[in-house]
Ligand binder design. Structure first.
Ligand code: PMP
Length: 399
């Protein structure tokens, strides 16, 4: 018999399953709010003008396709550090940040997890309740036991900070704590700057290993304000990890452009850490692909293209904000008594709407509007054409 005879069918990815159902739906008014991608007002994934300009230059230059350094080219890793830690970072100046290009934010989490496993095989990993589903799977597949820390508070639709803090203060030294640096996925509920400072204190007093996941820099308030968590940890003197991604901020999803940065105690320590991280990368995929990172580095190192990118990023951020406000107003205009104003306070691409499983099901069955069964919707899938229809449908299912 086949060597695969005993292979069982893996459970379907719930969000991909949603996409399949959406694609099979023949209603012309259908709307997919289940995605994790930014769409423009025409419902298209944008190709940023700054990206297009950098790609044109690359295409004309027809560069050779040799292997890259294992950790990616310096032009790219320095550009990443500049965004995360700031142009005037004392840490980067002191050689205390190790950065390696990675295959998107997912790849960064994976090489970070593999490296951590070699560092401390017995550590437990804690992710927020709830979190991006892949956090658990990634750290489990690296061999860790993964548990949740309290985070979302359904009553306030914000962060249950007291519960979170109390939990962190009870953890064992060496525990890895995965934190969404901004634009929490799936809830849209972020901590305040003051709460971040308390998280830094908790990590210090308990000897925790912070792992910041920055997948949406620039989608909440802007590039600099969205880096506040990284900056607070940078000022703390602690060692920590940051996974980052250009999938959303450059609209380069399929190019797989991200990075892992590790803050160490000294330049000498950085050299040792980098040498081990390179071994992890070497045995996974050897070295990163060229194109996406080259485009990002070209945009970020040209003052004109960088300005253009920042303007385009601001455009995406502002459009999402406008959709939040418009959705709340349109639902209210339908005479719904329930207060949806929390949607305006939530940040990033997503909102936990509080819609029940049954209400999400009705949206799908009656209206062809697809959302995640947890009630998560992607605000960036709303646009001036579909928002009225979505608001009417939501009003009907909540009344
Ligand atoms: N972390 C979080 C919280 C995310 O939401 C995502 C993307 N959905 C990622 C990491 C991974 O992003 P990438 O597509 O760059 O792998």
């Amino acid at each position: 018999s086949s060597i695969f005879a005993a292979v069982e069918m893996a459970p379907r990815d719930p969000i991909l399953g949603l996409n399949e159902a959406f694609n099979a739906d023949t209603r012309p008014t259908k709307v997919n709010l289940g995605v994790g991608v930014y769409y423009d007002d025409n419902g298209k994934i944008p190709l940023l003008a700054a990206v297009k300009a950098a790609e044109k230059v690359r295409l004309e230059a027809m560069p050779p396709r040799g292997y890259q350094p294992i950790e990616g080219p310096a032009a790219y890793t320095l550009a990443v550090q500049n965004l995360l830690f700031g142009a005037d970072s004392a840490l980067t100046a002191a050689g205390r940040v190790v950065t390696a290009e990675a295959l998107g934010g997912t790849g960064a989490l994976k090489i970070g997890a593999d490296f951590l496993k070699r560092l401390n095989a017995d550590a437990k990993v804690y992710i927020s309740n709830p979190s991006w589903e892949n956090h658990r799977a990634l750290f489990e597949s690296a061999g860790f036991i993964v548990e949740n820390y309290p985070y979302y508070d359904a009553a306030t639709r914000g962060v249950n900070f007291e519960a979170m803090k109390a939990f962190l203060l009870g953890l064992d030294a060496g525990s890895v704590i995965v934190l969404h640096a901004c634009c929490h996925n799936p809830t849209g509920a972020d901590m305040s700057d003051a709460q971040w400072a308390e998280v830094v204190d908790a990590c210090r007093s308990r000897g925790l290993v912070p792992f910041l996941d920055m997948a949406y820099q620039g989608f909440a308030d802007g590039i600099e304000p969205d880096a506040v968590a990284v900056r607070l940890f940078s000022a703390s003197g602690l060692q920590f990890f940051v996974s980052s991604s250009f999938s959303k901020s450059f609209s380069l999803y399929g190019e797989r452009v991200g990075a892992l940065s590790i803050v160490t105690e000294s330049k000498e320590e950085s050299a040792r850490v980098l040498s081990q991280l390179k071994r992890v990368i070497r045995t996974n995929y050897s070295n990163p692909p060229i194109h996406g990172g080259a485009v990002v580095a070209a945009v970020l190192s040209s003052p004109e293209l960088r300005q253009q990118w920042e303007d385009e990023l601001a455009g995406m951020r502002e459009r999402i904000r406008a959709m939040r406000v418009a959705l709340v107003e349109a639902i209210q205009a339908q005479g719904v008594a329930q207060d949806f104003s929390f949607v305006i306070k939530q940040r990033g691409m997503f909102s936990y709407t509080g819609l029940t499983v049954a209400q999400v099901e009705r949206l799908k069955e009656e209206f062809g509007i697809y959302a995640v069964s947890t009630g998560r919707i992607c605000l960036a899938a709303l646009n001036s054409k579909n928002i009225g229809y979505v608001a009417e449908a939501i009003a009907k299912v909540v009344k």
